[in-house]
Write a protein of this length. Structure first.
Length: 518
């Protein structure tokens, strides 16, 4: 076996096991037991070194044997980035992005999922063998025409709705396949436009969404929103501020330890939450609106409906990254994939990635669609939803996107949209307009710990044993599932520590070992 950065790794070959160890810090807990008692000599672990993948690069090993249907375990101790200035990336992976074979273990912040912070410090462990997705109709929250916002928080999935007629928008909690629990009215505006978890609480933004923008009949409810609420309990929402001159909140996101919000309509507005009911108004780039908000590589990124450009914020000032392309007038969401920031567009129906020297690179058009909205990296693959047919596509290579399914077939409408996405209970959840339905998708087998991983060091063990996957955090089983027998063709792939198909882990890690039963 060939190793890179071998100062971080100890490798032992034994008759029944392949074992790889990363060095550990003396202050860190060691695994409770050896992978096979007596095989490993703990005194061989260097007590001084902690790996920081952003600074040191990932650790990789090549010429790995195939996993096939073998049982395996991977252990790692991590301290995640606590500043919320980076996408969290992958912890350990053995993965072929072209064939979608192997496994990934990662920590997920899905920011910029259209208007929402869909996932926050969510631990994920998944396997796949190139399987095709299966879909499930999850029903319609109330009488919604659209699930406008989405977020996972404290073990639950939440969807904020856009309503027609005189009805106000609401937040619903997922209660199992096809079931939704209403959590009460916030204000009287027609939409809950944004959701985000911040400091252990769920926050929601409200707005008057102009349905004419989706070529639909306008809501008769003209009540403006522009307020932010904190969820207390079903039926109770605490008002934590009203954004000045804001008809509708465009997005919520956590960046550098603060909660930020933006304005959907003119006048442009960008705000930082400073506690209580205080929101500080901050400059916008050249007076232009900032809409979708995503975090990547130490910066906050924003789309703009005014210019079609993307802007980067460092905490004090904005940098104009220019038009994504000459024919692009609007951008809708962000996703981090293969260490690069990606943005979705209208009216080209393409996705672009931010390349070297801040150049925008074309990663392909999704079928014949005109607009790309929600995007999400899920179980090692990159997915996106579209307008006008409300289709979902998977990115398979370079500029190639594969059509998977049309989610909304409402007749006699101009536009159908796949709006936003989140990962929950191992499935990709997405919302559709104008049916108001939520759909979920499974590809391969994925475990998720649907509670935000707290600050500090954590010990993580992920394993496949027979037809079960298990995920353990600090000696507590947090997720387990029966899974089909998948043969993982991984021979010759690199085992990567601190990196994977999503990107590089921005925190610190140690005490890594991997074992496979022969």
């Amino acid at each position: 076996m060939m190793l890179r950065q071998s100062r971080f790794l100890v490798v032992r070959l034994v008759p029944q096991l392949l074992v790889i160890l990363a060095v550990g810090a003396a202050a860190m807990p060691v695994p409770a037991a050896d992978p096979v008692p007596g095989i490993l000599d703990r005194s061989e672990i260097n007590p001084e070194t902690i790996l920081e993948p952003l600074k040191d690069g990932p650790v990789t090993s090549s010429q790995m044997p195939a996993l096939d249907t073998s049982d395996f375990k991977v252990h790692i101790s991590i301290e995640a980035d606590h500043t919320a200035s980076h996408d969290q990336g992958d912890l350990v992976s053995l993965w072929n992005p072209k064939t979608r074979h192997g496994f990934t273990l990662g920590l997920r912040n899905n920011t910029g999922s259209t208007t929402s912070q869909a996932n926050w410090r969510q631990l994920q462990f998944g396997i796949d063998a190139g399987t095709e997705p299966t879909w499930r109709d999850e029903g319609r929250p109330g009488a919604a025409i659209l699930g406008f916002s989405i977020a996972v928080h404290d073990g639950n999935l939440y969807v904020g709705t856009c309503e027609t007629g005189d009805a106000p928008g609401q937040v619903y909690r997922y209660a199992g396949p096809g079931k939704w629990e209403p959590l009460g009215q916030l204000d009287s505006s027609n939409t809950v436009t944004a959701l985000a978890a911040f400091e252990g609480q769920l926050y929601a933004g409200t707005g008057k969404y102009r349905l004419a923008g989706s070529a639909l009949t306008e809501s008769t409810n003209a009540t403006p929103g522009g307020k932010v609420y904190r969820f207390v309990r079903p039926g109770e929402w605490e008002l934590v501020g009203e954004l000045p001159q804001t008809e509708a909140v465009a997005a919520l996101v956590t960046y550098d330890g603060k909660l930020y919000a933006s304005s959907l309509y003119r006048p442009a507005g960008f705000f930082r939450y400073d506690g209580g009911k205080t929101w500080t108004s901050l400059p916008t780039p050249g007076g232009r609106r900032v809409n979708a908000l995503g975090v990547h590589g130490g910066h906050l990124y924003a789309t703009s409906y005014d210019s079609g450009a993307v802007y980067r914020f460092n905490g004090t000032e904005w940098t104009d990254l220019g038009l994504v392309d000459q024919d692009v007038t609007q951008n809708y969401s962000f996703a981090t994939w293969q260490n690069a920031l990606h943005v979705s567009t209208w009216p080209s129906g393409k996705v672009y990635r931010l390349g070297p020297a801040d150049r925008w690179l074309d990663t392909g058009r999704l079928g014949e669609e005109q607009e790309v909205m929600g995007m999400l990296v899920h179980n090692g693959a990159f997915y996106a939803g579209t307008l006008p047919k409300a289709e979902v596509y998977r990115h398979d290579s370079d500029t190639t996107w594969t059509r998977l399914k049309q989610l909304d077939e409402t007749p006699d409408v101009k536009f159908r949209r796949v709006w936003t996405m989140a990962t929950y209970q191992g499935r990709l959840f997405t919302t559709a307009l104008p049916s108001g339905k939520v759909w979920s998708m499974s590809a391969g087998a994925l475990l998720t710990h649907d509670r935000e991983l707290g600050p500090g060091w954590h010990e993580i063990l992920a394993e496949r044993q027979g037809q079960k996957l298990r995920l353990t955090v600090d000696d507590e089983l947090v997720a387990e599932a029966d899974v089909p027998e998948l043969s993982l063709t991984t021979e010759g792939l690199e085992l990567k520590v601190g990196e994977g198909p999503r990107g590089r882990f921005p925190g610190r890690l140690t005490n890594v070992w991997f074992e496979r039963k022969q």
